[in-house]
Design a protein around this ligand. Sequence first.
Ligand SMILES: [Zn+2]
Ligand SMILES: [Zn+2]
Length: 139
Amino acid sequence: MHHWDKMTKSSRNGPPPKKKTTPDPDRLERLVAEANRARAARELGYRERALKILPWVCGRCARSFERARLRELTVHHRDGNHDNNPPDGSNWELLCLYCHENEHARVEDARAGGGADKPAAPATHKGLAGLEKLLKGKK
Ligand SMILES: [Zn+2]
Ligand SMILES: [Zn+2]
């Protein structure tokens, strides 16, 4: 019995573990790097998940993509919130790089409040008219 008492006592009286208090100048940098890594991992996470459950087709121009060209297919967040990633994919839309850019440009135009009053580019009308002529000529 006496032996046990002795052992318990001696282990209790040992010096408490010291906490490291030395300032670490690299700490913030490491934290930032870690946050960036976590963000990249999260983005990779939703992209992979989106590609798993959605067909590899651009939601705008309907171009389809094979694995080799998959990096041209991007994940668009319908509500613009990249942190809103419901597992059923309801906030995701797969868009090719071009349509994705257009989509965001459109949203920014709408936010700026202009858009509607802007004169349409005449080149587009000419191009369409020309195309129509070509199509009619073919028939
Ligand atoms: Zn597209
Ligand atoms: Zn987007």
